[in-house]
Design a protein around this ligand. Structure first.
Ligand code: IYR
Length: 236
């Protein structure tokens, strides 16, 4: 196969209509690629979701850098349909905990989660107590922008919102782990209360809540395993 393209991108016509510039790509020698790929995998493979955080403060700049990394995610039509709201405010964290526990009480104790669901999460041992929401130094809530509100207040559609925000969430989690912080993908359900507490407009919907901090000393995690490559990967 040759590298010849019959239809080069961008076409001359496209480039006359929209701005383009050359991609600044730095080639990595293959030996280094192997090394980097292995060490990135090994580092990511030490990540665990944590349910007891230390109250030790974490600098705001670290949270901001994780958000900047998250916001490098590709998105449908490059709409970047995400908003991150970060707080270390005690009153706000308490309000979030109270509201989340109220919803989760209904989920766990009044059977809003059906028996199959409760059975599936039984090994995690979660319940309606969400103390970590007050104790972790930071809570970051990632909102998806279901649509955009234009200057004239008309609604502009966003595309592949869940996919885009999901990818941003993945990068956010990887960035936090890489800098030595822990988090939990927490989705108190339903989580509409977060719009109210965090004063977000109606075009935004909470996607995921992340308590962030250092793990509490001696914290335990479920003894679960990750699927092997041959369970998730098929080569044709
Ligand atoms: N949202 C609840 C229940 C829960 C659901 C799943 I799926 C989990 O993986 C873990 C918990 C809670 O946060 O407790």
């Amino acid at each position: 196969m040759s590298d010849h393209y019959e239809y080069p991108y961008p076409s001359t016509e496209l480039e006359s209509q929209y701005p383009f510039h050359s991609y600044d790509y730095q080639r990595i020698p293959e030996h280094d690629m192997q090394q980097r790929a292995l060490s990135f995998f090994e580092e990511m493979n030490t990540r665990r979701s944590i349910r007891m955080f230390s109250s030790e403060p974490v600098p705001q700049q670290l949270i901001e850098l994780a958000v900047r990394t998250a916001s490098t995610a590709p998105s449908g039509a490059h709409k970047q349909p995400w908003t991150f709201v970060a707080t270390q405010n005690r009153d706000i964290k308490k309000a979030i905990r109270d509201a989340a526990e109220e919803e989760e009480r209904t989920n766990y104790l009044e059977n809003r989660m059906n028996a199959d669901w409760q059975h599936a999460i039984a090994p995690l041992g979660t319940d309606h107590h969400k103390e970590f929401l007050e104790i972790a130094p930071w809570i970051v809530v990632l909102f998806e922008q279901r649509y955009e509100i234009a200057e004239d207040e008309s609604q502009l559609k966003n595309y592949y919102v869940k996919e885009s925000v999901g990818i941003a969430a993945g990068l956010f989690i990887a960035a936090l782990h890489q800098m030595g912080l822990s988090t939990l993908t927490h989705t108190p359900s339903p989580m509409k209360f977060l719009n109210h507490i965090l004063e977000r407009p109606t075009n935004e919907r909470p996607f995921c809540l992340f308590p962030i901090g250092y793990p509490l000393d001696g914290v335990k995690v479920p003894d679960i395993r990750r699927k092997e490559l041959n369970e998730i990967f098929y080569l044709l």
